[in-house]
Design a protein around this ligand. Structure first.
Ligand code: G6P
Length: 371
């Protein structure tokens, strides 16, 4: 009913707007005032965590893209090799897993069969399994050694939104916790990231409050047969997630690419007028930003319509983009928390304009309990 949807047309839209609170709730009570992480729910001893030689993140769908972001953060902060693998692939390829492997299973529902079978296999090989999950008492956390619950509240829309951003928050917490335990970051460095994480929910709210341009864009792009998404670094999984959202609910051909990989093939499919979303990293000391700008120039030169998702005062994107969607200033590694929001809204709006049932897309289930 309309009341259940809190005045929104779809649960999905309601859940998109719930994200600032969902992320704040997920961060709540998980650190002290001076930024030390207190993840008491990780019932794996600090000694054991220090001895972890490899982390393997396993997940499916949107949760897999959260895992891709987590890999960037964990390797950067904790200096532990970290792989991300689709649960359905992991289970049946004889992966190298043992007592010094930490397997992190990310699942909103906690019931995805592919992910469940993967953790059962990992535990048979004596790996430690930590679940990141949104559903209390569901099967995956019950069969894991430890769990970090995301506090998103029930997610009803089949296409995951607040599930994703709260998974990101939990992954960042896990990465910082491991860095704390392993001593790969100083306390004040951890504190600085924790403080920035805490500042994110109001910034996510800003993105929601300034969403009109992206909604207008959806109305303008209804006739497009195909939409591309480009990103680099943590913007790459965001691009993949943007494409997945469009496939799931707008039934459009959409693909996400690593921006640097464009020249190795995908650029051949660029057609004049093709909309290409580009997640632009913040300007920083690294070369990421400039590399992405040159990727925008390349697609623009081939007549595509680049839609830049870029930070507020980044003027470099204007010359080469037909549309610029603005994001608040955040550091690169945390940018997915704000950058994904316009893409979620775009998919939701486009599917609505096309007349689809956004909450119950054809052929999809909220949780897939068969392999
Ligand atoms: C299904 C849903 C997706 C979800 C995926 C993984 O395919 O339709 O939205 O991302 O399962 O679900 P999980 O509950 O394990 O995160």
């Amino acid at each position: 009913s309309a009341a259940e949807k809190g005045g929104f047309d779809w649960f999905m839209r309601k859940e998109i707007y719930e994200q600032p609170k969902a992320v704040a709730d997920t961060l709540l009570g998980r650190h002290t005032d001076d930024g030390a992480l207190t993840l008491d729910e990780i019932r794996i001893s600090e000694t054991e965590l220090r001895n972890i030689a490899k982390i393997i993140i396993i997940a499916a769908g949107t949760s897999f893209y959260a895992g891709m972001v987590a890999k960037y953060a964990i390797e950067h902060w904790c200096r532990v090799p970290c792989e991300v693998e689709l649960a359905s692939e992991f289970r049946y390829r004889d992966p190298i897993v043992g007592p010094t492997t930490l397997v992190v299973a990310i699942s909103q529902s906690g019931e995805t069969a592919d992910t469940l079978m993967a953790i059962r296999h990992a535990r048979e090989q004596h790996a430690r399994v930590l679940a990141i999950c949104n559903t209390n008492g569901s099967t995956i956390p019950r069969e894991s050694d430890a769990v970090i619950y995301t506090h998103a509240g029930p997610e009803i829309g089949v296409a995951s939104t607040k599930g994703f951003t709260t998974q990101l928050a939990a992954c960042y917490l896990l990465g910082l916790y491991l860095a704390q335990v392993k001593g790969t970051m100083y306390g004040d460095e951890i504190h600085a990231v924790v403080k920035e994480l805490e500042s994110l929910p109001p910034l996510m709210q800003q993105v929601l409050d300034n969403a009109q341009p992206v909604l207008d864009l959806a109305a303008r792009l209804v006739d497009q047969p195909s939409v591309l998404f480009l990103g680099r670094h943590v913007g790459y999984p965001v691009a993949l997630e943007g494409a997945l959202k469009l496939k799931e609910i707008a039934y459009l051909h959409a693909e996400g690419f690593a921006a640097g990989e464009l020249k190795h093939g995908p650029i051949a499919i660029i057609e004049p007028g093709m909309p290409v979303f580009v997640v632009v990293p913040p300007r920083g000391r690294d070369q990421l930003h400039d590399k992405v700008i040159s990727n925008i120039q390349e697609i623009r030169a081939r007549g595509a319509r680049p839609i830049a998702i870029a930070e507020a005062d980044d003027a470099t994107v204007e010359e080469f983009s037909t549309t610029v969607i603005r994001l608040p200033k955040v550091s690169t590694i945390l940018q997915p928390l704000v950058a994904v929001i316009p893409l979620q809204l775009f998919a939701c709006e486009l599917a609505t304009v096309l007349g689809h049932d956004v909450d119950q897309p054809r052929n999809l289930a909220k949780s897939v309990t068969v392999e």
